[in-house]
Design a protein around this ligand. Structure first.
Ligand SMILES: Cc1ncc(COP(=O)(O)O)c(C=O)c1O
Length: 424
């Protein structure tokens, strides 16, 4: 599965989910519908009205084409400062069609020649590697994580240099990573920033899950720790409001490695690229987000509380059931994320696309092979479990179903069959 494209993975999963509509999906990292219960048509209209009131714009203006870098940049900068401590200034915010567009714009602006390479964690979010592939940008996977990342960056830079290539950017999800669920601690973030400053690598910090912490203390975003001017912060309202608005942003630092003009030039370049890609982010969607922020004192912290408590319960249900089913089995282990939507389970055998099929066909549960997010075979014996969109009872039933499947795969005869079936 190492070379599977993002499109192939999504098609495969949609196709599997379509064939087994009754199956329990621990594969999809969708936000809970609980978030949408307060967003009926009248609620959406009220947000648009509030935005029109505050901005003094007419509905006719809203229905027109708009400013390429966006209309609600000041409100978004304020929300990022209040909720996440990101030092965002309005003049440096490019409002985008979701984080996905922000990633594409930044990758294309930073990797200008065929020698420019994007560093990514291995495994990483498929939307980032998919965007790089669509743009024809080479990626280099860092299989180390946490404390090992700065050395892995040094090594990658040196290796690429020998090939006449250059690490231009590092795409990273420091908080509750998709797919693994891990968090980088403060010291690790600082060490990565130091390595990136030394090599003049621009960090793309993607943070859709940072507000969804269920216990433990928050770690400042890398954009807040950044002293060099090396971090572009990528934001989205997909998990805090709803994916349908397709509103996110790229926040350029005030200086790029100390150079204010270079940061301005990068911002202008992103805006120009956006003007040829989507012209501007839909103004109706921006008005919904803007009106929402105005109605909630510029912050989403209170708004996401019901969803946060749903996710915390789901996470606890998943951990409890994993403990119950596998707690005494040393062959299976998993991490205990303090937030986010995902966790990683380590298995004693490779879990591939055929296993997804078998598992849903025999037991009615869909899980995600970590190999789908990987650039090599290093993740073959891992799966990602998502706990965002399925309630506690179904999570428990899903883990029970997975346990039955895994027990069969790990039975001595299954092992013997696999060994015999292996080519010489
Ligand atoms: C790490 C990561 N980045 C970005 C996104 C998508 O963001 P958007 O919906 O704003 O394009 C997701 C969604 O699953 C994600 O997990």
């Amino acid at each position: 599965m190492a070379s599977t494209s993002a499109a192939e993975v999504m098609n495969f999963l949609n196709e599997v989910a379509g064939r087994y509509p009754q199956a329990i999906s621990l594969a999809a990292g969708r936000p809970t519908d609980v978030l949408f219960e307060r967003l009926g048509t009248a609620d959406l209209a009220a947000r648009i009205d509030r935005y029109l009131d505050a901005s003094g714009l007419s509905m006719a203006t809203l229905l027109q084409y708009g400013r390429t870098a966006g209309a609600i940049h000041a409100l978004m900068a304020q929300q990022l400062r209040i909720d996440e401590g990101v030092p965002a200034v309005p003049e440096r915010v490019v409002v985008t069609a979701g984080c996905q567009e922000a990633m594409s714009l930044c990758l294309s602006a930073l990797c200008l020649t065929s020698q420019d390479v994007a560093l990514v964690c291995n495994p990483t979010y498929i939307g980032a590697t998919g965007a790089a592939a669509a743009l024809g940008i080479a990626v280099h996977g860092l299989t180390a994580d946490g404390d090992g990342l700065p050395a892995a960056i040094d090594e990658a830079v040196a290796g690429l240099r020998r090939e006449g290539r250059r690490a231009a950017t590092l795409y990273l999800i420091p908080d509750f990573d998709n797919p693994t669920g891990r968090v980088l601690d403060r010291a690790q973030r600082l060490a990565i920033l130091e390595a990136c400053e030394r090599h003049r690598i621009v960090v793309l910090e993607d943070n859709p899950y940072g507000m969804f912490r269920y216990d433990g203390d928050a770690v400042e975003p890398m954009a807040a720790l950044d002293r060099a001017g090396s971090v572009i912060y990528l934001s989205t309202y997909s998990k805090t409001l709803c994916p349908a608005v397709r509103v996110g942003s790229a926040v350029v630092p005030e200086t790029l490695f100390g150079d204010r003009q270079a940061a301005t030039a990068l911002f202008d370049d992103l805006v120009q690229r956006k003007s040829y890609l989507t012209v501007n982010t839909g103004q109706i969607a921006q008005a919904i987000v803007g009106g929402h922020l105005l109605l909630h004192d510029g912050s989403l912290r209170g708004w996401i509380e019901p969803a946060r408590s749903v996710y915390r319960n789901n996470r606890d249900a998943l951990l409890d059931r994993l403990d119950m089913r596998f707690g005494s089995d040393p062959r299976i282990s998993w991490n205990r994320p303090e937030g986010g939507f995902f966790l990683t389970v380590d298995l004693p055998f490779a879990f591939d696309a055929a296993a997804v099929d078998e598992c849903v066909n025999e037991e009615g549960v869909i899980v995600m092979p970590m190999a789908f997010f990987a650039l090599d075979a290093s993740q073959d014996r891992r799966i990602r479990l998502a706990f965002s969109a399925v309630g506690p009872e179904r999570i428990a039933a899903g883990v029970d179903a997975l346990a039955r499947y895994l027990a069969r795969r790990m039975a001595p005869q299954a092992h013997a069959r696999e060994t015999l079936a292996e080519p010489a």
